[in-house]
Design a protein around this ligand. Structure first.
Ligand code: KG4
Ligand code: ZN
Length: 338
């Protein structure tokens, strides 16, 4: 089965074609970073308008690159939530209507399920069951995964998501939008021993997170020191280490609690170099394996949506002509397949 995937939940337009036999045939991404940069964050209306302009040309480009004709596509998958409603409706509208015109089934994909399944596109994919840490700009969740659609939420952030904390702290440091990768680059020049930030909620049992205090800690620290590049780098470094160590402590706990030995990390923050290094080290100690998406599929992309949609279409799932999008959509409410 050959599936066209469309992702428009936030500030990137992503399109891909995944073939259940041959794997990923082609993918393309248009990032809106330049569009939103001058506002210091995503402007939802501008995001929707840009998706309107970019989605169809990107689909044409990906079809060309994959050498695909309309008749070769057997199904269409579009992100239906969670995300920005107007942005989601663009991809959902294009996807559902193309499926109608081409007379193929369409399936609405959950954005976080897309992230969660992205590491399955890599060689040596993880085998169920496993623990998944989803760390994006909107979510920080630890999930016990028994199979596709069989998700048990073990813990989540009670306030800011990890990526959101990175972005807000980056803004405090004057690094602009999107701040996560910039903060991480600055942190590399920082002195890891100058400041020690707290590891929130690690001194009590449980698998929930809280990251908003770290941003305040960064602000109060900045107020007591200078604002030279080295000062900022030292704060960035202490902040990044605190987030990473907190995530690693909770991942270790989730593996021990579930008795599982496979960990999967996905979502934008899974691109973070320090996080990957520390999780690799922890996994060796826990005699476990860790799986990541390739770097370009950590952040939003069409490939993960095409892949997730293909699995659901193969299982016989498809959606009626009426389509919708959901700004909020609990992943635990998805149907199990297989
Ligand atoms: O998954 P994603 O592309 O979009 C959402 O679904 O939210 O994640 C974007 C988030 C942003 O908060 C961004 O700052 C963060 O991922 N991010 C990073 C890194 N690369 C992206 N955070 C820390 N270190 C990175 N290298
Ligand atoms: Zn995402």
């Amino acid at each position: 089965m050959r599936v066209l995937g469309i992702e428009t939940s936030c500030d990137e337009t992503g399109v891909a074609i995944y073939d259940s036999e041959a794997g990923l045939l082609a993918h393309a991404l248009h990032s809106q970073v330049d569009l939103h940069a001058e506002y210091g964050g995503v402007v939802p209306e501008l995001a929707s308008r840009d998706h309107v302009q970019k989605t169809l040309p990107l689909i044409r480009e990906v079809m060309d690159r994959a050498g695909c004709q309309v008749e070769d596509v057997n199904g269409i998958a579009y992100t239906a939530g969670p995300g920005l409603l107007g942005a989601l409706l663009v991809g959902a509208g294009v996807g559902r209507n193309l499926a109608y015109a081409w007379n193929v089934p369409a399936v609405a994909v959950h954005h976080m399920e897309g992230h969660l399944l992205a590491p399955l596109l890599e060689p040596n994919p993880p085998v169920f069951p496993f623990v998944a840490l989803l760390v994006s700009g909107g979510h920080t969740q630890l999930v016990a995964v028994q199979g596709i659609g069989r998700y048990e939420l073990l813990g989540q952030s009670l306030d800011d998501a990890a990526g959101e904390a990175f972005d807000k702290t980056a803004k405090l440091l004057g690094l602009g939008y999107p701040g996560g990768p910039a903060l991480s680059r600055l942190a590399e020049q920082g002195d890891p021993h100058r400041f020690k930030f707290p590891r929130p909620m690690t001194d009590r049992p449980g698998l929930d997170f809280s990251f908003s205090g770290l941003k305040t800690f960064a602000l109060t620290t900045m107020n007591t020191i200078g604002d030279g590049v080295q000062d900022k780098a030292d704060v960035a470094c202490a902040f990044e280490i605190a987030v990473v160590e907190t995530l690693v402590i909770k991942c270790r706990r989730a593996l021990q609690q579930t008795g599982m030995h496979t960990l999967l990390i996905a979502g934008g923050v899974s691109a973070n170099r320090r996080l990957r290094e520390r999780l690799d080290a922890m996994a060796i100690e826990e005699k476990s394996s860790v799986h990541y998406p390739r770097l370009e599929f950590c952040t939003d992309n069409g490939a993960m949506i095409a892949f997730a949609g293909c699995q659901r279409l193969l299982a016989g799932e498809q959606h009626a002509l009426a389509f919708g999008a959901r700004a909020r959509w609990p992943m635990e409410s998805l149907h199990a397949i297989g």
